[in-house]
Design a protein around this ligand. Structure first.
Ligand code: NAD
Length: 308
């Protein structure tokens, strides 16, 4: 069987070794598949930037499986794969710990103005009064999407004196409120807008799907507390970036921490020049541990079903 690996530099070498050892024939390409003879391949091994859409599937006539080293499947036309009996393998939960820790880092970076302070000191300044900030204790943290990552964010922050609200219509009250990670300090809300109105920090952990696109948009920004913080480590498309920029520009929010963007890398100067936003280049899952887990877990689940 022939496997096309499209994002080699973002995959852990152990996952490629696993396929080699099992006798699969491997080829490599860039994520842009436009010039590739896709009809030669039985399997695609991809990360984040390869789009497996209907056009790609039409050309990949022999394709039997897509291995996506990572969690979100928004770069794959899942419905179309189902119709064509193409199996999809990914690695749910493999990077949850890394992303949850990064979310916590972003919360503190925004709350305590860490990035701005770093720049300030490097510029030879020492205006400490500019950095009067807030503590996390006594805040209400609203978690949108209480899956692997959302739960771990609650777990990691539960040492602080904070309250948690969670909105996840696919989980029962018990699944949320009795979750081991949350130590029973989370209250499930059935109304996203209630969570938004009541939270000081809102952190998004939903997959990008038609129903979650712009789940945080103009209407939601309008009802946020004036000092609210928005953290997005899920996907750029879940937040209306234009509306976010408007609210940040007018200081109607305390700040935002973003690891993901509508366009990556982000080119919008308005966003890049804002003083109250902390940006990271989609690196929430980029730890040694998660990097290996993501690649190896997805390949191992593929190997349970396929032989060379
Ligand atoms: P998960 O599947 O464990 O959890 C997602 C949760 O969202 C589920 O509990 C689901 O019920 C809930 N959900 C679905 N639709 C919803 C809606 N409309 N409103 C509220 N909740 C909804 O996934 P996870 O491992 O926690 O990851 C969440 C997302 O984070 C992924 O889909 C991916 O897009 C993103 N992610 C980003 C990075 C990064 O590098 N920044 C890395 C990993 C994952």
């Amino acid at each position: 069987m022939k496997v096309l690996i499209t994002e080699k530099k973002h995959l852990h070498e152990d996952s490629i070794e696993l396929l080699k050892k099992k006798g699969f024939e491997l080829d490599f390409s860039e994520p842009d598949l436009s010039g590739v003879k896709l009809e030669d391949y039985d399997v695609l091994l991809i990360r984040t930037y390869t789009k497996v859409d209907k056009g790609v599937l039409n050309r990949a006539k022999k394709l039997k499986a897509v291995i996506r080293a990572g969690v979100g499947l928004d770069n794959i036309d899942v419905e179309e794969c189902k119709k064509r009996d193409i199996r999809i393998y990914h690695s749910p939960g493999s990077n949850a710990n890394a992303v949850a820790s990064h979310t916590v880092a972003l919360i503190f970076a925004v709350l305590r103005k860490i990035a701005k302070a770093d720049k300030h000191v490097r510029e030879g300044k020492w205006d400490r009064e500019e950095f009067l900030s807030h503590e996390l204790d006594d805040k209400v943290i609203g978690i949108v999407g209480f899956g692997a990552i959302g739960k771990l964010v609650a777990k990691k922050l539960s040492g602080f004196d904070v309250d948690f609200l969670a909105y996840d219509p696919y989980l029962t009250k018990e699944q949320i409120e009795d979750a081991e990670e949350a130590k029973r300090r989370v209250k499930k809300l059935d109304d996203l807008h209630e969570l938004i109105r009541k939270s000081d920090i809102i952190t998004i952990h939903v997959p990008l799907m038609p129903e979650t696109r712009y789940i945080i948009g103009e209407k939601e920004f309008k009802i946020m507390k004036p000092h609210a913080i928005l953290i997005n480590t899920s996907r750029g498309g879940v937040v209306d970036e234009k509306a976010l920029i408007e609210y940040l520009k007018k200081d109607k929010l305390y700040g935002a921490g973003l690891d993901v963007f509508e366009e990556e890398p982000p080119k919008n100067r308005e966003l890049l020049e804002l003083h109250n936003v902390v940006l990271t280049p989609h690196t929430a899952a980029m730890t040694e541990q998660a990097h290996r887990n993501m690649s190896v877990q997805a390949v191992e689940s593929f190997l349970k079903d396929f032989k060379a």
